[in-house]
Ligand binder design. Sequence first.
Ligand SMILES: [Zn+2]
Length: 415
Amino acid sequence: MKKTLAWSVTTVAALALSVGTALPSQASPGPSSPSAKYLNAKSNVSAKDQATIDRIMKRLPANWETRRDNVLKKHNIEASPVQDVLKAKVANVINPGDYECGPTKLDAYVDSILKDVDPGNLFLLSILGALDFPTYDSLIYGTSKGADYQLPAAYKAPLTTTFGYAQRFWDVRLNDVQLMAMHGSMITDPVRVARMVTLFYGLEGQDAIDMANDIISVVKGDAGLQNGENPIFTLNAFAFSAVGETDPVFKNLKDKMIFGDGILAALKGIGLNQVGPKAVLGHEMSHHVQYEDNLFDSDLTGPEATRRTELMADAFGTYFVTHKKGLGLGPNQVLQAQQSFYDVGDCQFDSSGHHGTPNQRRAASAWGAAVVAASNNPNKVLPSMSLDKKFEKVLPQLVAPDAPTSVKAYMSVAK
Ligand SMILES: [Zn+2]
C-alpha cells in the first residue's frame, strides 16, 4: 500500500489558485505560467463554465490544498499503474514536457480516454480531488450489498468466485473483507458529491450542495467525461483496512476490497480481460493477508518500506493465482498479463519508488510462481508466514539491478 496518492503533485497545488483567473482572462496569469499557457491554448471551456469554475474556486476555504492532501495522503489507498500514468498526463497539462510516458499499452489507453476531455476541466477536477471522489464515496459509504456498489454484471460472477477462492486459500481470517465496486456515476449525484465536498473541504449544508452542483455542471458540460462514466473517475482497485486509522471518519470502517469500473475497462482495453482482474484481486487480497499477519511492519522506511509490501503482494498474489489450490492459472499467461499492466513506461515518476520498478515487479511475480513450481507437493499451500519468511530472504535479489524475471531463474531459491 502506498502513502502518497494521486493529485498531490506540488506544482498542481502551487498553480491551483491561478485557475479561476487563468481561464476567464487570457492576459491575467501571464506567459510565465505554464498552466495558463496550456489552458489558454488548448482549453475550450465556455464563458459559462469559466464562471462556474470561478465560483468553485471562490467557495474553497483558504487551506483547501492542505485539507485535500490530508484526505488523499492519509489512508493508504494505493494508486494503480494506470492511475500513475493518468497522474503523469495531468502533470503534463501543467508543465508540458514533464513526465512523458510510454509508449506502452497503458499510455495509449490513457490517451484514448482523455482524448475528448477538455484539459481545463481535467485540470480543475484533478486539483479538486474530484477524480478520487468515487474512491472515497465507496470507501466510506460502500457496502457489499449496497445497490450503488454492485460489481458490473459481466464481472460479478468471476470476481466473486475468485474472491471466495482467495478467502479460503490463505490461513488468515479474510471472511470479513467486503468485496464491492465503485461507479463514476456518483459524480453526478448532488447528495453524494456534497458528502465528498464536506469530507475534503469542510463545507456543510447548502454550501456543500451548491459546490457539488457546480462540480456536477462542469462534469455534465463536458461530453468527454460521459456523465462520470469515463474510466478516469474509477481507475483503481484497492484493499482497505482501518488498522492504524485514528481519523474518526475512517477508523471504524470495515475491511474492503473495491474495484472501479475504470480499472476493469482499462484491463479490458489493453487486452487483459481474462487474467487481469483476477491477478489484481490476488494482489489486493495479499494486502489483506499482510494486515492480518502484521506484515506491514519492517525495519525499512519510506519508499523502500512500501516497495517491500508491494512486491510481497505481487509475489503472494502470483503464488495464489498460479497455485493448484488457488486459481491454478498458467504462470506464463499470468506473468505476461502482469507485465503489460506494470509497464508504465517512462512516466513512473511515482510508482518506481513505491510499487517497485516494472522489472522488480516482474521478478517478484516470477519468484511467486517459482515457489509453486518448485514445490514437491502441489496440493500444499504454505502458511502465509512461511511464505513471507522465504520472501524476506529473496527480496534483496528481486530488487537488484537486472534481476532476472523468468520463473526458471528462481527455481533453486524458491525451494
Ligand atoms: Zn498493492
